[in-house]
Design a protein around this ligand. Structure first.
Ligand code: SF4
Length: 411
């Protein structure tokens, strides 16, 4: 993340970090704008991984050259990204087979793709155009890799005057994973919009342990904060929801947490939306490559499941790998039924609110936060995606339980 003449310049890494933890973006912004904190130096493990990644990239480069492909390498050392973009465009116009370290920039988003590969699809360049190829050490693609491919592909589309159809990952086991961009680009663009809204709106965040902490560059900073504030985040194996419940119950620090969480009866309800999440997990890991985290799937995948073929312009959306899960997906039909949602009351999110707090205040039952989430899955990728001013659909009884909920029957 950079700030140039008051405009943010964002990269795929910034977006990846945001997807892993919003507080990491808050800290990135603080470092950029206030400069009173510094991230951790890269650990040995990260350095080793980087070295292995570089070796994998160079091995692929050598393979391309050995295959007789004409490779143009963009010199990046000592040059700014604008100069690299100009060289990349020149190489694209010349019709090079492969461009190594191609640079792309649209004013806000920018970055360097590992490789741009020529394909026979006409564009403003001539009878050819390019597709993005990135090298990754992993043997399986990760959803965040797909977000990165989509970003570079959108930037590339502007440069060549034609959106590429595919993007590819050269994986650590030597296999190639190809993404059809029209299937995932909308989700990726939405993720970027959410990220930019976050930067514009600057909602308050706090450090909460998440999976991304393990490799986070702000780990020392957050651990220090947790120690200094005697934070509940230090409670072993406690979930975010359990910590929120403790705080709501007036137990805000480790010191006044007298009993193990289990003894305090913080059991969590397994709701219909959880069943759906589990179904999605199975669905995505079952029989095909693709994202493996439930929250990384665009809600439209499930929404389409429930739409009749006539509204999709063809057959019903029932891919074979999903068939064994049909019963559990159908069990949540009413949660995703767009007709059923037309007559629901709505609530406007106020600053500082979470779904959990809204459920507690409006529905008088914090456990019903996932009901609200389920009713808004076409708007929210993640329960934490809400922002002040968002208009959320609420369960029907919300209009009876709270005067703050507006309800216009038949609207
Ligand atoms: S250490 Fe964890 S909580 Fe802190 S910024 Fe990083 S990912 Fe977020």
């Amino acid at each position: 993340m950079q700030s140039i003449d008051g405009t943010f310049r964002l990269s795929a890494s910034d977006l990846m970090r945001f997807k892993g933890c919003r507080h990491a973006t808050t800290l990135d912004l603080r470092k950029l704008e206030v400069g009173d904190i510094e991230p951790d130096e890269e650990g040995e493990e990260a350095v080793l991984l980087q070295a292995q990644g570089d070796a994998h990239e160079l091995a692929f480069l050598e393979r391309l050259k050995a295959d007789g492909r004409e490779v143009v390498e963009i010199e990046t050392k000592g040059r700014n990204i604008e100069e690299c973009v100009a060289s990349t465009l020149e190489a694209m116009r010349s019709g090079a087979d492969v461009i190594f370290q191609g640079a792309m920039l649209d004013g806000v988003w920018g970055g360097y793709s590992d490789f741009l590969e020529k394909v026979e699809a006409p564009s403003e360049l001539g009878e050819w155009s390019y597709e993005v190829v990135d090298t990754k050490l992993k043997r399986k693609p990760d959803p965040k890799h797909v977000l990165q491919l989509c970003l570079y592909s959108d930037l590339l589309a502007d440069m060549q005057g034609r959106p590429p159809e595919h993007a590819h990952l050269e994986l650590g086991d030597g296999s190639r994973f190809t993404v059809r961009l029209d299937e995932v680009s909308a989700y990726a663009r939405r993720s970027r919009r959410i990220f930019q809204r976050f930067i514009d709106g600057r909602p308050v965040t706090s450090p909460e342990p998440v999976t991304a902490c393990v490799l986070c560059r702000w780990k020392s900073h957050c651990e220090k904060v947790w120690r200094e504030t005697d934070s509940l985040s230090l409670v072993a194996n406690a979930t975010r929801m359990q910590r929120d419940k403790l705080r709501e119950a007036g137990i805000g620090t480790m010191t006044n947490t007298p009993q193990p969480l289990a003894e305090q009866g913080f059991s969590l309800r397994r709701s219909a939306s959880r069943v759906l999440s589990a179904a999605k997990d199975q669905l995505l890991t079952a029989d095909r490559s693709g994202p493996v985290e439930a929250e990384d799937i665009h809600p439209s995948a499930l929404r389409r499941w429930f739409l009749p073929g006539s509204s999709l312009g063809g057959a019903d959306y029932r891919p074979a790998p999903l068939a064994p899960l049909e019963r559990s997906i159908e069990a949540g039909r009413q949660l995703f039924d767009p007709l059923g949602k037309a007559d629901l009351p709505t609530y406007v999110v106020a600053p500082g609110e979470s779904l959990w707090r809204i459920a507690r205040r409006i529905l008088k039952d914090s456990d019903r936060h996932d009901e609200i989430f389920a009713l808004n899955r076409d708007l929210l990728d993640h329960p934490g995606d809400i922002f002040p001013g968002d208009v959320l659909r609420m369960p029907k009884d919300a209009a009876i339980l709270s005067p703050e909920v507006s309800y216009r029957p038949g609207s």
